[in-house]
Design a protein around this ligand. Structure first.
Ligand code: FES
Length: 176
């Protein structure tokens, strides 16, 4: 159980806030770090700790796409579908991912490595089309670059093509 296992950490998190309910997101994140997703059981536990109802916790989980309600693959690919990225190739990017991995949004590869989601703006609007994989951003994507990234992740667990949303000036390797 989440609470039993992380008693000290939860006490520390609660101590940061004047009101218990303010600790909701950090506790949800803790649950996700533990299991890769936030299960209904974890939501109920967290509701109990914070004196919230389970639906109050559930509605928060469903609001944030960074919180997963189902088990996901080792690499969570989140493709931005908001306007600026859509204008420069979200659909193409989804097509390239499908061509390479055979999955559509909401699906996971049979080997459990990759899960694909579509999300709203990731605050990297000038460098689309882009995606986030776990904690890393990958920007100004082309099919060649995407294939290299996916091969890197599969082979090494990380890719040197990862960028961050606040890297200025733009690194040399990102210039097309
Ligand atoms: S529109 Fe894609 S990151 Fe903002």
């Amino acid at each position: 159980m989440l609470i039993e296992k992380h008693k000290d950490k939860i006490t520390e998190i609660l101590g940061r806030y004047p009101e218990k309910r303010a600790a909701l997101l950090p506790l949800l994140w803790l649950a996700q770090e533990e299991h890769g997703h936030v299960s209904e059981a974890a939501m109920k536990e967290i509701a109990g700790v914070l004196d919230l109802t389970p639906p109050q916790v559930y509605e928060t989980v469903t609001f944030y796409t960074m919180l997963n309600r189902q088990p996901i693959g080792k690499f969570h690919i989140q493709v931005c579908r908001s306007l600026m990225c859509a204008l420069v190739g979200t659909e193409q990017l989804l097509g390239w991912i499908h061509a390479k991995l055979g999955i559509k949004p909401g699906q996971t590869t049979p080997d459990g490595l990759f899960t694909l989601s579509q999300v709203e703006c990731l605050a990297s609007c000038g460098t689309g089309p882009m995606m986030q994989v776990n904690d890393d951003y990958f920007e100004q994507l082309t099919q060649e670059k995407l294939n290299r990234i996916l091969d890197d992740l599969k082979r090494d667990g990380k890719s040197p093509l990862a960028t961050g949303p606040f890297m200025f000036p733009v690194p040399q390797h990102m210039n097309r």
